[in-house]
Design a protein around this ligand. Structure first.
Ligand code: FES
Length: 107
């Protein structure tokens, strides 16, 4: 038995709530709840499933597509992320993540 947390996810301007066990990725748990989020590689490298943590604690050692700096700002890859508390997350952050990670020479 693992702990289960309540996740509020903002996607397409709507907030939906589902529960995620600590040993299931947030992307998977959302899918089980019938919430379709963007995804592709499912292994933490492509950033299609990028999200941003608004509140709560995340565990994502395999989210390789996000730099440590951006992880500190709350970015994560939901296919490689596990909840460690109740959380609020903004989904579909791929463009924002890309801009911050690769658009850094523009400022
Ligand atoms: S689906 Fe590719 S990083 Fe999550």
């Amino acid at each position: 038995m693992s702990n289960t947390h309540t996740i509020e996810i903002i996607h397409n301007g709507e907030t939906q709530t589902f529960t995620a066990p600590e040993d299931q990725t947030i992307l998977n748990a959302a899918g089980d709840a019938g919430i379709e989020l963007p995804s592709s590689c499912l292994s933490g490298v492509c950033t299609t499933c990028a999200g941003k943590v608004i509140s709560g604690e995340i565990h994502h050692p395999d989210a390789m597509g996000v730099s440590p700096e951006l992880k500190e700002q709350g970015f994560t890859l939901l296919c490689a992320a596990y909840a460690r508390s109740d959380m609020k997350i903004e989904a579909a952050q791929e463009d924002q993540l890309y801009e911050l990670q690769f658009g850094q020479f523009q400022n």
